[in-house]
Ligand binder design. Structure first.
Ligand code: MD3
Ligand code: FE
Length: 203
């Protein structure tokens, strides 16, 4: 079923479940090449969320700012390729919500351990805000914060469960959003963590 969070924002409950069997080995392969790490924000704080990337472009942050790079700053090599099954899931989820022919060139993998959070922010580092963003939640349940166009707008709380896929585009593309500190029960497949994949057209 297609749950509507906004005019152009949807959650597809359990949409990724048919794909999840393939995820742990795919994540292990990405991690072996480009490990998850806690990057530093321009303000000088280490993020509580650890990240890595796959695909042509990867999102990074350091003292100089936020941006997309072709190579992993940790090892100087290109980010690992996006597994075809990831791109297929992202394309299918986008099509299910009315965004035809979504071709992501970037997949950011965020890993939350208990206590990790993401403060309210906008995603503005992509070249074209016309393309949607597709996000896949795995592991522990998170409370997602879905705000408005201003940071001060009241944010709705939405639980995101293992296997849920969210799609954000159009007028909802620049809404503020975040994730509450992770807490709760370990997940049977992934243990005490949440992993989120975010697919974007960045370049
Ligand atoms: C709503 N990640 O990496 S994905 C991020 O669960 C990020 O790890 C969160 O926000 C996570 O930037 C949330 C869902 C998401 C992504 C982009 C959005 C929601 C969005 C853009 C506009 C509105
Ligand atoms: Fe974001």
């Amino acid at each position: 079923e297609r749950e509507r969070l906004g005019p152009c924002a949807f959650v597809l409950r359990g949409f990724a479940l048919p794909y999840v069997e393939g995820f742990p080995p795919a994540i292990a392969a990405i991690e072996a090449h480009s490990p998850f790490r806690n990057m530093v924000t321009p303000g000088g704080f280490a993020m509580s969320v650890a990240l890595t990337n796959c695909g042509q472009l990867g999102w990074v942050t350091d003292r100089r700012g936020y941006r997309y790079t072709r190579t992993d700053p940790g090892n100087g090599k290109p980010w690992p390729a996006m597994p075809p099954a990831f791109a297929g899931l992202a394309r299918d989820a986008a099509a299910a919500t009315g965004f035809e022919s979504f071709e992501p060139d970037a997949c950011l993998l965020n890993r939350y351990l208990p206590g990790a959070r993401m403060t309210l922010h906008q995603d503005r580092n992509e070249r074209d805000f016309g393309a949607p963003i597709v996000s896949v939640s795995l592991g522990m349940t998170a409370t997602f914060l879905f705000g408005g166009r201003e940071r001060s707008d009241t944010a709705a709380r939405v639980a995101l469960y293992h296997g849920d896929v969210a799609v954000w585009g159009g007028e909802d593309r620049l809404r503020y959003h975040g994730v509450m500190p992770l807490k709760g029960d370990p997940h049977p497949l992934l243990g005490s963590q949440r992993i989120n994949f975010t697919f974007r057209k960045a370049g």
